[in-house]
Design a protein around this ligand. Structure first.
Ligand SMILES: [Zn+2]
Length: 441
């Protein structure tokens, strides 16, 4: 299969930030073989796509998500004890492989529609998430969560590790789906289990490790009260602060924590909508990046941040940095787009495969229509993407040379069935919430 995209405003996101204003991209199979500007090459038999001057850019990398949780979207908004009042009881009662499958399919649909081509996920029954991602055609890191709060798919950590092993076996050598192990957070696994994960990880160096780190004052207080040090230091002492560890949130950090994270070459994810909505704080994104730590952008689960595209994260990522710095200058739009693409890929150790449009890389890309008046005039395409574009401006999404969406039509999932399945689960949740409210009143 050969595809030739022509008449495109190609943002490559390569090291030189090369743009081709009247550009073309030549794709053979799953790989970009050439790209440039000016007259496109003549390739007999290629599927030629005239992009009408639209932006063609790398597919976006959502570096932290809980795909199964999209069925919780908007549930119990503004209720401060929502996690303990609704979410954990609902998860214990209703989270099954089938529910995770339905939620993950809804999430996959939304991400493809929003131009996301790679996602790092962590949740329960994660083998199902991997299956959904594979069917949807998304590139994914799927992490089996381990936690001590009676989660729905393991009663103890031995069972949790068995789930990890099952996941690793299911996706060994898969071209798109990478299995991963995901200790939930330091306070919800504890030092002993983190040490066990570190040992397991040393025996399985190709399996990425993901965790929530320094997300809340609750976690910071736990680390101080239980271990007399910061949560980052506890993670280091467990042997888990190792190169390429994917750390989500990274909010409650002091300078010593950031130095420690940099010395151990970990990677970070910022989740601004989720953190902002929970009133948790602002991640020190510039400090992390200045310390040489790659920082990706993550949606978190739809329960926390509501949307899974990255366009809706862009303004908060940028504005939080500007508010923190008290100036217009911090985190320019171009840096935000880098974080959403090549730097996010680096944070997941997938930067040799995806995150930029370069010959030899996988053809993971998205087309952003410039039809909307709201986007014009365009002095700077990165500013346009960060502050004016919406996920609905995305018309086409491709992963590994395969179109997942053309002209807003998702080709790999049944939209009606996906929505119907998710809404059926939401009805069950609503009934249970009414019961909980009655019981507590
Ligand atoms: Zn999370």
């Amino acid at each position: 299969m050969t595809t030739l995209l022509t008449n495109a405003w190609v943002l490559t996101l390569d090291d030189a930030m090369t743009q081709h204003e009247r550009g073309w991209v030549h794709i053979e199979g799953d790989t970009i073989v050439a790209l440039g500007s000016g007259a496109p090459p003549d390739i007999p038999g290629a599927e030629a796509v005239d992009c009408d001057g639209d932006i063609v850019m790398p597919g976006m990398v959502n570096t932290h998500c809980h795909m199964g949780m999209s069925v919780f979207r908007g549930l119990g908004e503004d209720v401060d004890d929502r996690l303990y009042r609704y979410i954990l009881p609902l998860e214990r009662k209703f989270v099954t492989a089938a529910m995770v499958r339905a939620g993950s399919a809804l999430s996959a649909l939304e991400m493809i529609q929003g131009g996301v081509t790679t996602v790092a996920d962590m949740y329960y029954f994660e083998t199902e998430v991997g299956r959904v991602a594979a069917e949807a055609g998304l590139r994914a890191i799927v992490g089996q969560t381990l936690a001590d709060f009676d989660p729905p798919d393991h009663k103890d950590f031995d069972q949790g590790f068995a789930r990890v092993e099952e996941l690793v076996d299911a996706f060994a050598g898969h071209p798109l789906v990478t299995p991963s192990i995901a200790p939930h957070a330091p306070y919800s696994t504890g030092l002993k289990v983190m040490e066990r994960v570190a040992q397991w990880s040393a025996d399985h160096p190709d399996v990425p490790v993901q965790m929530h780190l320094a997300e809340s004052t609750l976690e910071v207080n736990w680390a101080r009260d239980t271990h007399g040090k910061s949560t980052v230091a506890v993670t280091r002492d467990a042997g888990l602060l190792k190169p390429n560890l994917i750390c989500a949130h990274c909010l409650q950090l002091d300078d010593a924590d950031i130095t420690m994270m940099s010395e151990h070459q970990v990677c970070a994810v910022t989740n601004p909508r989720s953190n902002g909505k929970a009133g948790r704080g602002i991640a020190p994104v510039e400090k992390l990046r200045n310390a040489g730590i790659p920082v990706g952008i993550g949606s978190d689960g739809a329960m926390s941040g509501n949307t899974l595209d990255l366009f809706s994260q862009f303004a908060p990522v940028s504005m939080f940095a500007k508010l923190l710095g008290g100036s217009r200058k911090p985190l320019p739009a171009v840096e935000v787009v880098r974080m959403a693409t090549i730097e996010g890929a680096r944070a997941l150790s997938l930067n040799l495969k995806t995150g930029s449009l370069e010959s030899g890389k996988q053809a993971d890309l998205t087309r952003v229509s410039l039809a909307a008046e709201r986007l014009h005039p365009i002095y700077d395409p990165y500013s346009m993407l960060v502050f004016a574009a919406l996920p609905s401006d995305v018309t086409d999404t491709m992963v590994a040379g395969r179109w997942l969406m053309r002209d807003r039509q998702v080709l790999t999932l049944d939209r009606k069935k996906t929505l119907r399945d998710a809404l059926q689960i939401a009805r069950t949740f609503k009934a249970e919430m009414i019961r909980i409210d009655e019981e507590k009143s």
